[in-house]
Design a protein around this ligand. Sequence first.
Ligand code: SF4
Length: 225
Amino acid sequence: MKFSEIFHSIQGEGKLVGTPSVFVRTSFCNLRCVWCDTPYTSWRPEDRDVSVDEIVRQVTDVECRHVVVTGGEPFIQVAELTEVCARLADAGRHVTVETNATVFAPVAADLMSISPKLRNSTPVGDAWEARHERRRLAPDVIRAFLGAYECQVKFVIDAQGDLDEVHALRDEVAIPAEDIVLMPQGLTADETQPRMAWLAAACTRHGYRLSPRMHIDIWGAKRGV
Ligand code: SF4
């Protein structure tokens, strides 16, 4: 499996925020978000191979019930992802898979953490602009995930105008409001915190959840945390 890192930390986002978890970060992504917080898996992907056996061994060596398989985009390596998830589930782990929801496949997951990308993610003027824009939203894929898994649907919000896209996708795909999680864009606490007050107001008004990006608030853009 194309792989970037395994580390033991806390889940910084979403319904399980604050939960101690082992993270398996796959490398390579089919999108190029302009504000990507793991460019070493997307814009400049690390190209290391590791066996499924080695991933499972390293994860299960840690006494920690929750595992988060993230990326990059894990579903573009679907054969390996399927095996990793099945073996971690067999080992009694609670498995969250984090995905940009552009590729669907059935895997063993307790929580599917979907993060569809809004227009604010598009790298305008870059060679990737057209490909990113064409791929970033796949309503049928989001629908398939919602029908097959317990889900949370996370949105990275940059400006208040982004909320109209969230409402439109909610209505188009029939996403339950309580499964929608709004998070502030930013790679430092100085960037995320000013957005939290108006995000809180929007969540209150629309019945969405508000999530910090706790790892960024604590450690900034540091890797492996
Ligand atoms: S989908 Fe995720 S990993 Fe891929 S470019 Fe966007 S933020 Fe980065």
